[in-house]
Design a protein around this ligand. Structure first.
Ligand SMILES: [Zn+2]
Length: 394
């Protein structure tokens, strides 16, 4: 399709736009400059194409593959035999419970702490451990350093979640080495939502990039790690949790990081039902500001700002994400999705404004100036004293 660069178009099956960024490996050098976006074929986004391909997969065969994998690693002496990273949201609750009680594994759950747990997020975390019945290691990076990095990421990249995502992606392989447990399960492969389709055909995370990574060429919050140490008052020892992982140690441990979504047909609503039934997971009592949902991404207060910044930068808000996924999983129609987006997508998460300001140590003026700095001129117009989207899904 001959599209002009930056021309905005919407998937004809779901309602995602072609501006949607792929979830790139955030800690690879220069990832802020390279912004791969979701690809479209004949007006249909790759996430929708993948949703159709999923229907053709023989999930029984995949389940057998999973059992074979577990047989290979299952411990016979009661020791841990796999690591399940997660915050206690519906996905990690499902993954750990399924592995333990359906497949007889003995997972050690590991949590890369959210910036600030919501009340419901903390309750769900506790239920996961108490009702689900798991050993858990909660790893909290230095709050002082994490706040600093988050602020830089917000101000320089409009991406306050970047340091968190780096840590979250690293925590599985990192604890694999720390505890000498080679098998790691993440729940969902983010390729489900529009990275390269072929990535969905791989059960494992590619760890080979650690072989060439070192902290000299990595950036966090848009600042090279070396410069963070030289100019930002951060000590080298403060960055242990963000450093790339030693590839020789990964090889020595024999670490394999698998996505459960390769083996099990992933459907967020089904994961929610499963977690509610088995680990006491509860949805929020009120809908998520910026969307209509109540159970997705509700652990971390800063998640609201993360999604709002995606709306500012790419014109894609939280309702668009939720509705697109639900359209693909045949939970709602495209028309219903469009109506939900018009109603909620633009809503600012005012409930947590004071938390954002406090966490980022900014006043209201600085905060909103930063937000406006990231409004893309292709997406936004300033009319009659307010910002309006130039294009909207219909
Ligand atoms: Zn689509």
């Amino acid at each position: 399709m001959d599209l002009k660069q930056n021309e905005i178009m919407y998937c004809t099956k779901c309602i995602i736009s072609n501006q949607r960024p792929s979830s790139v490996v955030e800690f690879k050098n220069k990832s802020e400059d390279i912004k791969p976006k979701i690809t479209f074929e004949n007006g249909v986004c790759s996430a929708c194409i993948w949703a159709l391909e999923k229907e053709k997969i023989n999930w029984e065969t995949r389940r057998n593959e999973l059992e074979e994998l577990c047989d290979k690693f299952r411990s016979l002496d009661g020791s841990y035999d796999c690591i399940v990273p997660g915050s206690g949201g519906k996905d990690s609750a499902f993954a750990s419970h399924f592995l333990k009680y359906e497949l007889g594994m003995n997972p050690l759950t590991v949590t890369w702490a959210p910036h600030k747990y919501t009340e419901i997020g903390w309750k769900n975390f506790q239920s996961w451990i108490e009702i689900g019945g798991f050993d858990n290691i909660l790893i909290h990076p230095s709050g002082k350093v994490h706040k600093k990095l988050t602020k830089l990421a917000f101000q320089n990249l409009g991406h306050p979640f970047q340091p968190f995502i780096i840590g979250q992606k690293l925590i599985g392989p990192r604890t694999s080495i720390m505890y000498d447990i080679p098998l790691v399960f993440y729940g969902e492969n983010q390729a489900e939502y529009g990275n390269k389709i072929e990535d969905n055909h791989k059960p494992t995370m590619d760890l080979s990039f650690f072989s060439e990574s070192n902290s000299d060429d990595l950036t966090i919050g848009g600042i090279p790690m070396k410069k963070l140490i030289e100019d930002y008052g951060i000590n080298k020892s403060d960055l242990n949790m963000y450093n790339p992982i030693d590839y020789t140690l990964l090889k020595k441990t024999g670490t394999e990081v698998h996505y459960l979504s390769y083996y099990v047909k992933w459907d967020p609503q089904e994961m929610f039902y499963y977690a509610a039934e088995n680990t006491g997971f509860r949805p929020n009592s009120e809908r998520t500001q910026g969307s209509y949902s109540k159970y997705a991404g509700i652990d971390d207060i800063l998640e609201w700002l993360h999604f709002y910044m995606i709306f500012i930068k790419f014109g894609i808000g939280r309702a668009t994400y939720d509705a697109s996924q639900e359209i693909r999983n045949n939970k709602i129609t495209r028309e219903e999705g469009v109506a939900l987006v018009q109603k909620y997508d633009h809503e600012f998460p005012s409930k947590y404004l004071n938390d954002f300001l406090e966490y980022l140590n900014l006043d209201e003026k600085q905060f909103f100036e930063t937000i406006d700095k990231f409004r893309s001129p292709e997406i936004w117009a300033y009319q009659e004293n307010e910002w309006v989207l130039k294009t909207q899904v219909t």
